[in-house]
Design a protein around this ligand. Structure first.
Ligand SMILES: *Cc1c(COP(=O)(O)O)cnc(C)c1O
Length: 235
């Protein structure tokens, strides 16, 4: 047995406390338990502890896990979206977190149309313009937002980012603030609502909540240290 249930309680309490600190309602934050690299036994433990929302970053691994897990769970795809896997990902997952280009968004929109789906998606922003990371630069997002909004099938919930890794949780704060401010600017300029912000991982989710995260993607703080890296993981 692992400490999943205990770790979950710790994370849930920290989420609660972060909400209290900044006067947010607890229901405004969704915890996505990132189970990538962990077996379905870990997922089951979390489910037994009452948790139903999971994140995966590789389709093949996720398909096996989803098939072996109880039905009624909510699966979020948080990895890099490859064109040849978009169709299956849309069929298996409730939310896609990392639409990283207009080209990919248009393609996903076509597939959604074929499948008769209206998938919930986040637009990934490369908030610090790092060469190693994918996503829209803030400038590109401003320039392409109108085209993104013209895609009839994608339900754009909001923006997602992974700020540069720093020595402390506080190192991520400027990136979180920048994503929120970018969201506010895009909302005002295009007269749209982008209510959700997917930001914050094990090392910095409390700071992310203080800065407005509605979806935190937390893996190792719940399931333990990952023993291997996932190919195609977002950098
Ligand atoms: C792996 C991963 C996470 C979870 O990372 P932890 O540090 O283990 O919490 C969150 N978001 C993305 C995009 C990931 O690839």
């Amino acid at each position: 047995m692992s400490d999943v249930s205990e770790n979950l309680s710790v994370v849930l309490a920290a989420i609660h406390n972060a909400c209290v600190r900044v006067g947010r309602r607890r229901e405004s934050v969704e915890l996505i338990a990132v189970s990538k690299t962990f077996s379905c036994d870990f997922v089951r433990e979390a489910v037994e502890a009452g948790h139903l929302v999971f994140g995966e970053s590789k389709l093949q691994e996720a398909e096996l896990k989803i098939a072996a897990s109880p039905s009624g769970l909510h699966w979020h795809f948080i990895g890099r979206l490859q064109r040849n896997k978009v169709r299956r990902i849309m069929q298996e997952f409730e939310v896609i977190h990392a639409i990283d280009s207009l080209r990919l968004a248009s393609f996903a929109d076509e597939i959604a149309c074929e499948l008769g789906l209206f998938p919930k998606v986040f637009i990934q922003v490369n908030i610090a313009s790092e060469a190693s990371k994918g996503g829209f630069s803030p400038e590109t997002l401003h320039g392409e937002m109108e085209s993104l909004l013209a895609l009839k099938r994608l339900e754009i919930m909001g923006l997602m980012c992974i700020p540069p890794a720093g020595p402390t949780a506080e190192s991520s704060r400027p990136g979180f603030v920048a994503l929120r401010e970018l969201r506010d600017a895009v909302e005002a300029r295009y007269d749209v609502k982008l209510p959700s912000l997917s930001m914050g991982m094990s090392g910095d989710y409390e700071v992310a909540i203080e800065e407005g995260a509605t979806h935190v993607r937390v893996g190792s703080a719940i399931f333990g240290k990952r023993s291997y890296q996932v190919d195609g993981e977002l950098g």
